[in-house]
Design a protein around this ligand. Structure first.
Ligand code: GLN
Length: 284
């Protein structure tokens, strides 16, 4: 049997020769080996056992030949250092969304300074649960609830909350509907934001749920629907945090001003320099 390193090198080349990402092969190898990044280096010259090698080969072909996303093959993705289960019912958590979490954690600490009071947070369209679960785990003041229209996605989110031991209250239903009658300090959402007619990479279009991807003709339908009712479920002093498409910052700012008055709007770029996040702050 080849060593871990030999098997990795050969299959990274195999991916490259087929116009696929060698970094994906490394992820598959780490998954199969069961070692974390640093441990892998100290074991890489050991021979693989046959069962692991055969499983690795099979997974490589699912990626290179069958064009499945790596995260669907391993059934997991790391988000903000936590391991989330994913499948074809949920959007695979993205790096950009980790940045939304980071900014929102900082903002909520500086905006709600009475540190002994809970912060009631709502995640709208939670998918895998990555936003609500991570925010609840990272700040014990946060009492998180989340809504999701897809029962199959909600199932994934609940399993993730269980395995990560996060205390999140999940509701099945559309956008804000399940929580009308309650009030929150923070509303966070990464809603489906791709315009319906946009041409997508087949790796995304053929595998990730369209319900989680497409946001109407201009991609802004869900922001409109959320903003229209947002103040019904928000306390007088609040934060709204949205992720959005790189080319929609100006339009989204306009929408926020249309539906909300006396608010301060802060827009941030992601690590790739693309407009990606909008925060709305109301003094109350
Ligand atoms: N909130 C989830 C995420 O950030 C799901 C987003 C979605 O389905 N559009 O990954």
């Amino acid at each position: 049997m080849p060593t871990y390193k030999e098997a990795l090198n050969v299959h990274e080349d195999y991916a490259l020769n087929n116009d696929k990402e060698p970094s994906a092969i490394r992820l598959l190898m780490l998954h199969i080996s069961g070692y974390s990044g640093a441990d892998f280096l100290s074991h890489q010259d050991e021979p693989m056992d046959e069962a692991k090698y055969l499983k690795f080969r099979k997974m490589v072909d699912e990626y290179v030949i069958a064009h499945r996303p790596v995260q669907h093959i391993t059934e997991c993705e790391t988000f903000y250092g936590y391991r989330f289960c994913v499948n074809h019912h949920v959007l695979i958590p993205r790096f950009e969304t980790e940045e939304l979490v980071g900014y929102l954690l900082d903002l909520s600490e500086t905006y709600f300074t009475k540190t002994d009071t809970p912060l009631h947070l709502l995640d709208v369209g939670t998918g895998s649960g990555c936003l609500a679960i991570t925010l609840a785990l990272e700040n014990p003041r946060i009492k998180a609830q989340a809504t999701e229209i897809s029962p199959a996605a909600l199932d994934v989110a609940k399993r993730n909350a269980d395995s990560l031991q996060a205390d999140v209250l999940f509701h099945e239903g559309n956008l804000l509907d399940p929580v009308l009658g309650q009030t929150f300090d923070i509303l966070v959402s990464n809603p489906p934001y791709i315009p319906n007619k946009e041409v997508l990479d087949p790796l995304v279009k053929d595998h990730e749920p369209h319900l989680a991807l497409f946001g109407g003709e201009d991609g802004l339908d869900f922001y409109r629907a959320i903003l229209k009712d947002a103040e019904r479920i928000l306390n007088p002093r609040y934060i709204i945090a949205f992720e959005h498409a790189y080319d929609k910052a100006r339009e989204l700012k306009k929408l926020c001003k249309k539906y909300l008055s006396d608010v301060c709007i802060i827009q941030k770029k992601d690590m790739q320099g693309k407009d990606r996040m909008t925060f709305v702050l109301k003094k109350g």
